[in-house]
Design a protein around this ligand. Structure first.
Ligand code: SF4
Ligand code: SF4
Length: 591
């Protein structure tokens, strides 16, 4: 039976069909839907982990106990997970182990554009790269087989288009793994002490040799015969773009970009006048081929930056002289530009307004919805490096500037659990006097509302322990801890101002639920009595998208402000800004 699945849904289906028993992840676009879809298969135990490193570590445990394990994350998450991964490559697996890296060419939702095929070469492990949803599912099965056969972790590399694009997928029944469950002690394999690791290093080298033989034989690297004297080597989503532009071209489609089937490539290249390597981002395949002394063309015609499309590939082929100029198409962005904005009633609004009003000198930021505070109307976030960096950045600035007074670090609850905790320990231990704000909406909102250790429920919606930041902070040694409701503007402002000016480390936990998760917040809405509006524009300063400037003017010619009641979530921030009784709860309408 065929069903329409996105690449991420197909990976989840593959995990089910090929006997996966455990899956872990940390949410991050474009990988998030993988674990969300795994939750539909009761045969697979699954969980959101506090970060990617932990997600890999628990999946490693599952593999060591004989279960097939899958761990999913976005590309930058692999940086966090690199530590256990780099040693797992030496130890190997018992049950098959797959790390899914969902890369984001074009940075649709990411702070950088790294090509994670490089991790495979770095870790000396195979990477599989599907081109569509069918392959995404099939490659899960192949990856488990390779993992168990060669005693190696395997990377399954997706990109935004293969993760989110939909295609028909032939689905089948579940096949349980033949690997016996249970953990058998094996000191020389599982304990990565230097004396063992040195021996395993040799095993890794031998494994690489065997893998190089395997990739020559496997149908994951296949030749598609075609017309003409120009050949193409391609992989992943680039294969689809190339086939759209040149459907009849002879192609060596690479399913395993590392290690490459060099004999197959040499043989393929020898049959053509010219061979082009068409691959998104880094010249990963191209450089490996050129290092073998084989002549191919690639990045001199195709860009190394940004996402590919049929137009990008077509333009590269024009540049290379393969297609004529008249075929050249300029890529056109037809989408109407829409700047990202906070949701109406978002609890981050109140805390950033307080920081602005209190004139925080520097605000170091982090990864989450609240990074939107860097742009108008707040412009109250001065740095954003990576998950959990806000606290460390603020401490570093304090050390150079001589004082942490006026410096605030803002981090969300999920990011704090991910990797902010160690920053807090650093702040206490190294006598920092910055102000740390956890903007706690008790959900991982930016990726679509996945629960975290603060939420009180698991990925399967079961109630679970709820981390208490106040207790944790005090246990770490923070003396000045305050919990504020960011919709209470005066109270929040007073505490923020006082702590910014204080000569000690403080933690302000700004608590307010995300207006969309886990249930959409429904409170009494507000409206504007336009007759009373003096057009002072104070209400507009809190950055709520429900508040808009009307075309109606006061006698002095200033535009009045109104509330779109369909968008208002009733947080009550704006009413605290209005001194003229123009903003009222809807129950007072007409008074
Ligand atoms: S704060 Fe009140 S008076 Fe001022 S613009 Fe807004 S609604 Fe009008
Ligand atoms: S109460 Fe005011 S600030 Fe809050 S969501 Fe409604 S319009 Fe926006």
């Amino acid at each position: 039976m065929k069903v329409l699945l996105s690449g991420n849904e197909a990976i989840a289906r593959g995990a089910y069909e090929y006997g996966c028993v455990f899956a872990s992840a940390y949410p991050g676009t474009p990988s998030t839907e993988i674990l969300e879809n795994v939750t539909h298969y009761k045969e697979i135990k699954c969980q959101w982990s506090p970060n990617e490193k932990v997600a890999v570590e628990v999946a490693i445990g599952a593999s060591f106990a004989g279960g097939r394990a899958l761990c999913a994350m976005k590309h930058v998450g692999v940086n966090v997970a690199a530590d256990p991964l780099m040693t797992l490559t030496y130890i190997g697996v018992k049950g098959g182990f797959i790390l899914v890296s969902a890369d984001d060419p074009g940075m649709h939702s990411s702070q950088n554009e790294q090509d994670n095929r490089n991790y495979a070469k770095f870790a000396k492990i195979p990477v599989l790269e599907p081109s569509d949803s069918q392959e995404a599912k099939d490659f899960v099965g192949k990856a488990f087989e390779i993992s168990e056969k060669f005693d190696t972790p395997v990377i399954l590399r997706m990109t935004t288009r293969t993760s989110h694009g939909k295609g028909l997928v032939e689905v089948g029944d579940r096949i349980e793994s033949k690997v016996e469950r249970g953990f058998e002690r094996d000191f020389s394999k599982y304990v990565a002490l230097p004396m063992n690791a040195r021996k395993r290093r040799v095993v890794v080298a031998e494994r690489e040799k065997k893998l190089k033989e395997f990739v020559e034989e496997t149908d994951l690297n296949r030749i598609e015969e075609g017309k003409g004297n120009i050949g193409f080597i391609t992989c992943g989503i680039s294969y689809q773009h190339l086939k759209e532009v040149l459907p009849d071209a002879p192609v060596l489609k690479i399913g395993i970009p590392y290690p490459l089937p060099m004999k197959k490539i040499k043989d393929f290249v020898s049959k053509f006048d010219k061979v082009f390597v068409v691959e998104e981002l880094d010249p990963f395949i191209e450089e490996q081929i050129k290092a073998e002394g084989i002549k191919v063309y690639g990045k001199e015609f195709f860009p190394e930056i940004g996402e590919f499309s049929p137009e990008v590939v077509r333009n590269g082929l024009v540049k290379a002289g393969v297609l004529k100029e008249e075929n050249k198409v300029e890529a056109e962005d037809k989408a109407i530009p829409r700047p990202p904005v906070f949701c109406p009633g978002c609890p981050h609004l109140g805390i950033f307004y307080a920081l602005k009003k209190a004139k925080a000198k520097i605000v170091t930021g982090d990864i989450g919805c609240y990074t939107l505070a860097a742009i108008k109307p707040f412009e109250m976030m001065d740095t954003c490096v990576c998950m959990g960096a806000s606290i460390g950045n603020a401490i570093g600035m304090e050390k150079v500037l001589g004082s942490g007074k006026g410096i605030a670090a803002v981090i969300g609850d999920s990011t704090f659990v991910h990797s902010g905790l160690t920053g807090l320990v650093e702040a206490v231990y190294n006598k920092s006097n910055i102000t740390i704000v956890i903007s706690d909406n008790s959900i991982t909102a930016m990726t679509g509302g996945q629960p975290d250790a603060r939420s009180g429920f698991t990925c399967n919606h079961e109630p679970t322990g709820k981390m208490d930041f106040e207790v944790v902070a005090r246990a770490i040694g923070v003396e000045h801890v305050y919990v504020v409701d960011p919709t209470k503007m005066d109270e929040t402002y007073k505490i923020v101002k006082r702590e910014l000016e204080a000569d000690h480390l403080s933690l302000i936990i700004s608590q307010g639920p995300c207006v969309l998760y886990p249930q959409k917040v429904k409170r009494e809405k507000f409206y504007t009595e336009l007759e009373n509006c003096t057009a002072c524009a104070m209400c507009s300063k809190i950055g709520c998208q429900a508040i808009y400037r009307t075309t109606e003017k006061t006698e002095k010619g200033r535009f009045k402000w109104n509330i779109d009641t369909t968008l208002c979530t009733g947080c009550g921030l704006c009413i605290q800004m209005c001194k003229f009784d123009a903003i009222r709860p809807i129950s007072r309408k007409g008074e």
